[in-house]
Design a protein around this ligand. Structure first.
Ligand code: 23J
Ligand code: MN
Length: 263
């Protein structure tokens, strides 16, 4: 009989300070950058509101609490398969029906920070991923893949984060071929540090918004506005990215946590 399980060992390592928990979420509040759709769409996600109910005052002498206005796709968040038309028929494609076993998985961190600093429209291709795998090892089935751009450094300035001009938003992301390449490996999901999983200019790609289109076609998950990816190793960390259990939800803000072995 195995007396010491691997989980017991993980617990010991956590308590001994040998596993660093990295917070991969940004702060959610009125200044959190929110996606703005083009003018031809009447409705948009509202800015986050945090409204006070009480804080040890006449409305609650012993207690502090707030109520919020919060879109599903706000701040550091999760895209469920039902978010996109290509994923509409998955019964397990909603925040309350997905298989939570899939949400805890090894994470592959592809550093595109230099390229993104030089070119905000930088696109990750299969060749980039192959070169990354040659250096760091193969991306495996069931794993997360995230694109590090250090875009979180812009998160305190919405205009800089969205980075839009008369030609639309400019932010890095994947090519359609890159998404197909990763999905063929059986990844669980793809994440970026920008406002959405797709590049700013992805509306003009074939198909439009390939990260959304292809991820959700394959019942896979998206992560957006991730923070602190500069603190993760290329391989070796475990990412926990769990949405709220919103009824028939298409996405949710998350507290994304990465477990990083030390030493
Ligand atoms: C709705 C329509 C287009 C896009 C998005 C949402 C997102 O990026 C999102 O938050 O999932 S591109
Ligand atoms: Mn989203």
């Amino acid at each position: 009989m195995q007396i010491h399980s691997n989980l017991e060992e993980l617990g010991r390592q956590l308590l001994a300070g040998k596993v660093r928990v990295v917070d991969c979420s940004g702060t959610l509040g009125p200044d959190t950058p929110i996606l703005r759709l083009p003018e031809d769409f009447a409705k948009n996600t509202p800015k986050v509101e945090i409204n006070k109910i009480s804080e040890y005052d006449k409305d609650g002498p012993f207690f502090a609490w707030n109520w919020m206005v919060l879109g599903e796709h706000s701040g550091t968040h999760f895209d469920a398969p039902h978010h996109w038309i290509t994923g509409k028929d998955y019964e397990d494609g909603y925040t309350d029906t997905l298989n939570v076993q899939r949400l805890v998985a090894p994470v592959n961190v592809i550093d595109c920070s230099k390229e993104s600093a030089e070119n905000p429209d930088f696109l990750l291709t299969p060749d980039h991923v192959k070169a990354w795998e040659a250096e760091h090892g193969e991306i495996g089935k069931g794993e997360w893949v995230v694109m590090r751009s250090d875009w979180d450094r812009r998160a305190d300035d919405e205009d800089s984060f969205l980075n839009a001009d008369e030609n639309g938003p400019h932010s890095p992301g994947p090519t359609p071929e890159c998404m197909e390449f990763l999905l063929a490996k059986g990844i669980v999901g793809w994440g970026t540090q920008c406002i959405g999983t797709d590049a700013g200019q992805a509306g003009g790609m074939t198909p439009p918004f390939p990260a959304h289109n292809l991820l959700h076609r394959d019942n896979c998950f998206g992560l957006a506005s991730l923070a602190n990816l500069d603190q993760l190793p290329a391989k070796g960390a475990i990412l926990i990215a769990a949405p709220l259990k919103i009824e028939r939800g298409t996405g949710s803000p998350i507290r994304a946590l990465a477990l990083v072995p030390q030493g």
